[in-house]
Structure formats: C-alpha cells, structure tokens
Design a protein around this ligand. Structure first.
Ligand code: 13P
Ligand code: SF4
Length: 308
C-alpha cells in the first residue's frame, strides 16, 4: 500500500479484515479507494493464481465481477467467498450458455473447448481448459487438438486465430465486452495526434481494427509490466479507465493517457468502501457454486494454471 494516506474508513476495513482473517482480492479495474485497501491487485490470471494459493484465510472478499468470485470459489470451496455487491456481473460472461457449448460440441466433435475465464461456472464445467487475455495463445498451443471452440469473446478469439495455425471457432456469434467495444479506429488516430511519442497499448477484447492500429495488444497485467519495462515515457491505454489509476501510482515517472476516458465498466464500480465493510461485518454477499459444477469446472481452471 506504500505511503498512501488512508481514510478512517479504509483503516477500519483493514482492521476488520485482520480480525476476520480475511483477504481482499481486487481486479485492476477497481476504483482507487478499493485498490488502496486490496491485499492483492491483479488481472484475471494473476487473481486466479493468487486465489489458488490462499491457505491461511477463512474469508476471501472479491472486489471484481461475478465470474472472478465464482472462480475463487471453485478453487476454494472450503472458504467463504464474499462479493461486496452481488449485482457486479460481467455481461460478457452471461453471453454464452451451457446449451450453446453442447450444441457446438455436437457440431464439432473433434474440437477442444477453450473458455475465456469471463464465463459462468456452469459453462466452465463444459470446458477442457480456461484462458485469459494474458495466456490465451499459450493455452491454445498447449492442446493436441487442431480445432478449438473458443468463447465467449469473439475479439480475443480473433486475436488468437491470427497467431496460430489451429482453427479457432468463436462461440457464441457476437460475444463481446461492451466497454472495449467503445474504442474506435478514429480514437487511436486522435490520441496519436495529441501524443505523437506515446506507445498505443490496447486490450485483446477491443475490435480487430483497433488492435491492428495499436503497438501492443496486452492483458491489463501485461500493460503494467510493459509500462514498467518499456523505454517509452508515454502510453495511450485502450482499456477500462481505472487501469490508469494503478499505472500512474506504480509508474509515477511516466505518462498514461486513456484512449477514451468514458470507457467505464459499470458493474466493476458497484463496489464501494461501505459495501466492503458491510461484507466483512455481516459476511455477505456469499458466492457459492453448486458442488457438482464446482468439481467439474475445477479441472479446466487447474489445467489453465498449470499451463501458465
Ligand atoms: P484482464 O484479465 O486483462 O485483467 O481482463 C479482464 C477483463 O475483464 C477485461 O475486460
Ligand atoms: Fe466484463 Fe468488459 Fe467489464 Fe471486463 S470490462 S468485466 S469483460 S464487462
């Protein structure tokens, strides 16, 4: 947490967390005040790996969206997983149903099923392996099959398809993230004009045309590592706005400009400090995955972690 001046409420949460033997995990898109009280901040893959390593805590408070908390449960069915606001859902994760995967499997019996971690637990139970934006190509290349059913994000599917010889079949038709769809080619041209020395980095959930105009296409964790390692001093960032909050804090000597400053994931912002405090005091809202589904989907989660 460094040298930040914490508010009384933030200090109260940290005390409560210790009393309750809890850990707070937060995604990179969380607002500043939550980033400041998180024990661990990361992208989807880093959060999965962290969740798989927690041994000594009874409660996990997950400041992220539904599929992230569900994955933490799948990895920790013996612990209580709490999400401060139960309405914090990722719309993309709800775009692919178990039935759609079953139909796709029937139509392509020789294909492996790779599901983006942004998917619900009952669909994960149908997957051979999961993937995130940080490891999707590596995951696909790790499989024996040459045909891959990949969902639900069509843009991430295209990003992988362009780099592999395997056949990538996106499921469902039109699966997308509404936040990353907000970026357009014109935004890149405009941002480059305003900051001619900046590198352009976008997320693989952006449209293909936007990806093609960027210097790098990276996960949010990849953007942070790249920002630290690159010789460039300025960056245009094409992802959810609060990633810039973390970049500015951790890399204060460089400049980060949003590709579009209204790229906000509304459900990520439902969590507030008051709700985190309530989660800890009342041990709510609990996220539970039915036993059979959790056991079945654990294989795909673990297989991804092994490959990463
Ligand atoms: P990352 O895994 O890159 O953090 O992405 C998660 C996400 O939901 C992007 O919209
Ligand atoms: Fe889902 Fe998009 Fe929000 Fe990420 S940014 S959680 S993919 S809606």
């Amino acid at each position: 947490m460094g040298n930040i001046m914490l508010t009384d409420l933030q200090k109260e949460i940290i005390e409560l967390k210790d009393e309750k033997n809890a850990i707070i995990l937060a995604h990179n898109y969380q607002p500043k005040e939550i980033q400041e009280i998180a024990d661990f901040l990361g992208d989807s893959l880093e959060l999965c790996i962290k969740a798989s390593e927690i041994e000594d805590k009874e409660l996990i408070v997950f400041c992220g969206v539904d599929f992230m908390a569900e994955t933490a449960y799948i990895l920790n069915p013996d612990k209580k997983i709490l999400i401060p606001d139960i309405e914090a859902e990722c719309p993309m994760a709800h775009m692919l149903s178990k039935e759609e995967i079953k139909t796709a499997k029937k139509n392509h019996p020789d294909a492996a099923v790779v599901l983006y971690v942004n998917s619900l637990a009952d669909t994960k139970a149908e997957a051979d392996i999961l993937a995130t934006s940080a490891n999707a190509l590596k995951v696909v290349e790790s499989l024996d099959e040459d045909k891959i059913l990949f969902g639900p994000d069509n843009n991430l599917a295209t990003f992988v398809a362009k780099q592999t010889n395997k056949e990538i079949i996106p499921i469902p038709d039109g699966g997308h993230c509404y936040v990353h769809k907000m970026f357009h080619e014109g935004d890149i041209a405009f941002a480059k004009e305003s900051h001619p020395n900046a590198e352009v980095i976008v997320h693989p959930e952006c449209n293909d045309e936007v990806q093609s105009l960027a210097d790098y296409v990276l996960s949010t964790g990849g953007m942070i590592s790249h920002g630290k390692e690159s010789n460039s001093k300025e960056f245009i960032i094409g992802t959810e706005i609060d990633l810039i909050t973390r970049l500015k804090k951790e890399i204060p000597d460089k400049k980060f400009y949003p590709l579009f400053d209204e790229a906000i994931c509304k459900t990520m912002k439902l969590h507030t400090l008051e709700k985190v405090k309530n989660s800890l005091i009342n041990e709510e809202q609990e996220v539970v995955v039915p036993k059979e589904i959790a056991e079945k989907s654990l294989k795909a989660v673990q297989r991804m972690i092994e490959v990463s």
